[in-house]
Design a binder for this molecule. Structure first.
Ligand SMILES: O=C(O)C1=C[C@@H](OP(=O)(O)O)[C@@H](O)[C@H](O)C1
Ligand SMILES: C=C(OP(=O)(O)O)C(=O)O
Length: 442
């Protein structure tokens, strides 16, 4: 089974471009496919999750050309131009693809079925199916899990809906179905979540207003194709923000990173912990803000992570837990039960790995307490013992423990790492260039 062997490194440094954003790449394919005209996408993330979405759109008759690395032409077929797939659409490991596609397919005239890998087949789908049914969609799940079967030709109505969980996937699924509904759709969010769908819909000509935790969308006759530049993925950059903070060295510069404020909770959390992070060269990529991020080594302090920052940093907790182990004192995370329904139960799996490397932690129902270094421990000393980590097939767990090798005193073996390719195929190469001693064994 593919695994990583890491050796203690201690120092990190360098200047890197961060590959394209996964969330935005999925959305560019979906909206480009149902727009009228040709959408040119640059900076597209060629990862397995996004390629699963690409394959699904092609199966439904959309022509998509990859004309250079990370550059696509999506020949939109219009809102009503998708064709019935001849088989179940396999969305691999991608929760985003499955949930957003459930919304999109609810508005089609044909029946469809969505499946995925072993991890995705265990993830909750009623969170999207239930509100979509309220709109008139016909959706079956297997006791709340995939396969998701969607009946065609449902007459959808816009809804006013309060989301029970802070979830951009649920919000986006409803907005995509809302494109096919009679009347407006209005959503109330319990916490701020990433707003890439709203921004992209707006730039494709569909009016979306968002303010004070409410999103309002009025369906349009057509979406108009629009060229897009995908910013670097903040969630991929996160591993290097932590690496640059916990390792010795001159620090790291991460170029072209998407800094949409609905994604950058980790910057606030690390700042509260005392990290030395600086955003420079602010610019924009279409509807999304972009910057370069400079990170320098720092002495981190444990904190209680403010709960309102949790949805803004939802994918960054595996990396953050590594930073917490290197901080002085205790770090406590609460209000983060959503971590239990990601590609793995990220609270349990991170706790298992931290414990295996000699870090003491206590699992809470909705979070974790992690004991960092005692006050008297010198900065920069090893925090992690060597050992073996089971990533449970979760890309972010694998990458987080690879970063831990910067403060380890012996080799760490990380098992079941193939899924790193779902979000960050270039991780081993960039990590090695940044100073990690990482060997990827196929
Ligand atoms: O909308 C998206 O692109 C995503 C939303 C988040 O999931 P939830 O909506 O389940 O919080 C996040 O964890 C996922 O990686 C990507
Ligand atoms: C949770 C994640 O992705 P998804 O829900 O799309 O599988 C992630 O990338 O951390």
């Amino acid at each position: 089974m593919p695994h990583y062997i890491t050796q203690p490194a201690g120092r990190a440094g360098g200047d890197f471009r961060i590959p394209g954003d996964k969330s935005i790449s999925h959305r560019a394919l979906m909206l480009g496919s149902i727009a009228e005209g040709t959408t040119e996408v640059r900076g597209f993330l060629e990862s397995e999750d996004c390629l699963a979405t690409m394959k699904a759109m092609r199966t439904m008759g959309v022509r998509i050309e990859q004309f250079a690395p990370g550059a696509l032409r999506v020949y939109g077929v219009g809102l009503r131009g998708l064709r019935q797939p001849g088989r179940a659409l396999d969305l691999g490991n991608s929760g985003t693809a499955m949930r957003l596609m459930t919304g999109l397919l609810s508005g089609q005239t044909f029946d469809s079925e969505l499946i995925g890998d072993a991890s995705l087949m265990k993830r909750p789908m009623e969170r999207v199916a239930a509100p979509l049914r309220l709109m008139g969609a016909r959706i079956d799940t297997d006791q709340g899990r995939p396969p998701v079967r969607i009946g065609g030709a449902a007459a959808l109505q816009g809804i006013r809906y309060t989301l029970p969980v802070a979830s951009a996937q649920v919000k986006s699924a409803i907005l995509l179905a809302g494109l096919y509904a009679q009347g407006a759709t209005m959503l109330i969010e319990p916490g701020i979540t990433r707003d890439h769908t709203e921004r992209m819909l707006q730039s494709f000509g569909c009016p979306v207003q968002a303010a004070h935790g409410e999103v309002h969308m009025t369906p349009v006759e057509r979406l108009v194709a629009r060229s897009l530049e995908v910013p670097g993925d903040f969630s991929s950059a996160a591993f290097f923000m932590v690496a640059g903070s916990i390792a010795a060295g001159n620090g790291l510069t991460l170029r072209g990173v998407g800094v949409n404020p609905t994604r950058t909770g980790l910057l606030d959390i690390l700042a509260l912990m005392g990290a030395d992070l600086r955003l420079i060269n602010h610019r924009s990529a279409g509807a999304e803000p972009v910057a370069d991020i400079e990170v320098r080594p720092s002495r981190l302090q444990g904190i209680h992570v403010p709960e309102h920052l949790v949805p803004l940093a939802i994918d960054e907790f595996p990396a953050l837990f590594i930073a917490a182990a290197c901080a002085q004192g205790e770090t406590r995370v609460t209000g983060a039960e959503e971590l239990r329904v990601k590609e793995s139960d990220r609270i349990a799996v991170m706790a298992e790995g931290l414990t295996a490397l000699g870090v003491s932690c206590e699992v809470l129902p909705d979070g974790i307490r992690i004991q960092g270094r005692p006050a008297e421990a010198p900065a920069g000393e090893a925090v992690f013992a060597g050992g073996t980590i089971d990533s449970h097939g979760d890309h972010r767990i694998a990458m987080a423990f690879a970063v831990a090798s910067l403060r380890a005193n012996a080799a760490i073996r990380i098992d079941d790492v193939a899924n790193v390719a779902t979000s960050f195929p270039d991780f081993p190469a960039i990590a090695t260039a940044a100073g990690l001693h990482l060997r990827a064994v196929p």
